[in-house]
Design a binder for this molecule. Structure first.
Ligand code: UD1
Length: 422
């Protein structure tokens, strides 16, 4: 297992290209299952999660080819020969559940292992199942698998989600695109990745309105055709690198970044004393001379502050002046980075879904453990600002979601290296 060694202290300066969104790509790829014609995605990120989704699609009978070093993916699902998403693949990545809707819609059957993924709470799939049942699927759970059937095809329905789920909204969109009749999704997720999925489905011939709002209407069609679609910018990678110069000093331009992807986050940066400027080519960020101020943060579905940036923000607030309160409203148990940051000298107390951070002058390097994807990168950022060396173990989580992180930071002057097979 690889580790990452970071030596703190220096400023970082330069430009960081932001990749296509992992979370968008993971919902766009299963859209290939809806059509016999090829779907091409450009601006795809080069990540292990994308490889896992590729393996899953290939196991179902899709052909996936890559160009431009993995940035362009062409998927062809002319004939599917398997309807089971096996445990060995699904356990690596929770987003594997997103093949459920397309398989049901196209083939009238699907068997999908119950997912694993990041250890950030119970993360059930009941809303996905609720949506599929509403569209007419019969579902049974046994042997750790979801067994779903829609012998006479899926039928449009009104689906009112009891709370917002990105994945369940995506599965419902994918399935309803080929269902008979009209589906209305209420309390749907509004994330940019949902808008991106809808735009791709529309270019494949789907009839969908209302994306980006909490009510989405899908008029089912008989068939979808091939398309080429550019994956939206990764707003979480963007937000992560926007924070980097706030930790270290210096100035970074995140190429391809747009403030509208991260409005609530940018408001919090402003409150904290970080200067954010939209340029023609991206977003430029530096911290103000006054230093970092403590702030309160509450995670919420889009357009609120993203849960996927909570760990990175907490790491930053460890050295802000005053007391910050962070409330995690999306996932239970998503403060596993807190004890690791404490090993570096942070003063954090966690009580249920709330963490209180008392700013200290400086963090000190220490050996730490990456517990999930976003926690891993929060420890890298903390290490960049800390005194001495920080060794981050178990970085395989990082490779699921951050493309060439060492290279991107090294190019800006950061002292960071990967230690292979440690
Ligand atoms: C997606 C993102 C993830 C992000 C999250 C919230 C992908 C691949 N992952 O995850 O990075 O942190 O959105 O922005 O896009 N829930 C249920 N039952 C369900 C489904 C969800 O109770 O059937 C709960 C979850 O446990 C969680 C909340 O709903 O507490 C929101 O989860 P959801 O929006 O579904 O997250 P994901 O789609 O899994």
């Amino acid at each position: 297992m690889d580790a990452i060694l970071v030596t703190g202290g220096g400023e970082i300066n330069g430009k960081i290209p932001i990749a296509g969104a992992k979370n968008a790509c993971l919902t766009l790829m299963p859209a290939t299952l809806l059509s016999e014609e090829p779907l091409t995605l450009t601006n795809a990120p080069r990540l292990s999660d994308i490889k896992t989704m590729t393996t899953l699609l290939e196991s179902l009978g899709s052909e996936v080819s890559t160009m431009q070093d993995g940035k362009v993916l062409t998927m062809s699902s002319n004939k599917l020969n398997n309807f089971t998403a096996a445990y060995d693949i699904v356990r690596k990545m929770r987003a594997s559940i997103l093949v459920l809707g397309p398989l049901l819609a196209r083939e009238g059957q699907a068997v999908v292992s119950l997912p694993g993924g990041c250890a950030i709470g119970a993360r059930p799939v009941d809303l996905h199942l609720m949506a599929m049942r509403a569209l007419g699927a019969e579902i049974e759970l046994h042997d750790g698998y979801i067994h779903a059937k829609a012998t006479n095809g899926l039928t449009g329905a009104n689906i009112d989600f009891p709370f917002v789920s990105v994945g369940a909204t995506e599965n419902a969109l994918l399935a309803a695109s080929l269902a008979k009749g009209t589906t209305i999704l209420k309390n749907a997720a509004r994330e940019p990745e949902i808008v991106d999925l809808v735009q791709c489905l529309i270019s494949m011939g789907a009839k969908i309105e209302g994306e980006g709002t909490s009510s989405i209407t899908i008029q089912g069609v008989d068939r979808l055709h091939g398309a080429t679609h550019r994956v939206v910018t990764d707003r979480i990678e963007l937000g992560t690198y926007m924070l980097a110069p706030a930790f270290t000093g210096g100035e970074i331009e995140c190429l391809g970044g747009k403030i509208e992807l991260l409005t609530a986050f940018c408001e919090k940066l402003d409150e904290c004393g970080i200067i954010v400027e939209q340029t023609k080519t991206g977003i430029r960020v530096k911290r103000s001379d006054a230093g970092l101020k403590a702030i309160n943060v509450k995670t919420e579905p889009f357009p609120g502050f993203p849960t996927d940036l909570q760990a990175q923000m907490m790491a930053l607030l460890c050295t802000a002046t005053g007391k910050s309160i962070l409330e995690e409203k999306i996932f239970e148990n998503r403060f596993m980075h807190a004890p690791e940051l404490s090993r570096m000298g942070a003063k954090i107390s966690v009580n249920g879904g709330t963490a209180i951070v008392l700013g200290v002058d400086r963090l000190k390097g220490a050996p730490v453990m990456a517990t999930d994807l976003r926690a891993s990168v929060s420890l890298i950022l903390a290490g960049l600002a800390a005194e001495g060396e920080t060794l981050i173990n178990r970085v395989y989580h990082l490779d699921r979601g951050y493309e060439r992180v060492e290279e991107k930071l090294q190019n800006c002057g950061a002292k960071i290296e990967r230690i292979r097979g440690r």
